[in-house]
Design a protein around this ligand. Structure first.
Ligand SMILES: Cc1cc2nc3c(=O)[nH]c(=O)nc-3n(C[C@H](O)[C@H](O)[C@H](O)COP(=O)(O)O)c2cc1C
Length: 173
């Protein structure tokens, strides 16, 4: 696991509007199958540039692996996931968002995943930004075997200080 393939972001941060809903759908391999207009408007990518691509096209180097690990643990258990994500736009700018990702089914068979992103509160970002920085810092220096356990333990320390579950932590911020 390394950050080598992730293009660096600029520090230019775009703030979502309260009424923005940034939507995407993927198949079970997280290949994008649908994006709404707001996704294209914010990211700067056209629909044609996004459909068929892996969803990590918007991955930002400010995001810890530990958070994606949790996201995929939820999705593999066919549970919905709430979390804070900072996405990288085509021009290198970024936006923070509160994301909800849910599995969807056709004829009882898992067809893929559906994601909706909304503007996060300022109070949430005050907690999340330093927490993710701490996780990224440790991920940069840890050995490949230790990277996820160490990063995840920082996340769980923050959660269990005041909350019972990860979802409770995220939605209370
Ligand atoms: C429906 C869905 C939506 C996703 N949305 C995002 C997103 O907005 N930003 C992001 O960085 N990753 C998103 N992901 C996770 C990516 O698929 C990927 O796990 C993540 O970018 C980490 O990439 P990496 O494992 O190559 O480091 C989404 C996954 C799914 C299934």
């Amino acid at each position: 696991m390394s950050f080598a393939n992730i293009a660096p972001s600029t520090t230019n941060e775009v703030r979502l509007r309260e009424d923005d809903f940034i939507v995407s759908k993927t198949d079970t391999d997280s290949t994008i199958t649908y994006v709404n207009k707001a996704f294209c408007d914010v990211s700067g990518y056209s629909e044609a540039e996004l459909i068929g691509k892996s969803h990590d096209i918007v991955r930002n180097d400010l995001m810890p692996h530990g958070v994606y690990n949790l996201l995929w643990e939820h999705l593999q258990a066919e549970e919905e996931f709430f979390g804070y994500i900072v996405n990288r736009n085509k021009d290198g700018s970024c936006y923070w968002t509160l994301i909800n990702v849910t599995p969807f089914y056709e004829n009882d068979k898992l067809e893929g995943y559906f994601a909706v992103r909304r503007c996060p509160s300022e109070s949430a970002l005050k907690v999340i930004k330093p927490l993710y920085k701490k996780m990224c810092d440790i991920e940069r220096t840890a050995s490949p075997e230790q990277l996820l356990p160490l990063s995840s333990s920082i996340l769980w320390q923050a959660i269990t200080k005041e909350y019972q579950t990860y979802a409770e932590f995220v939605l209370s911020l």
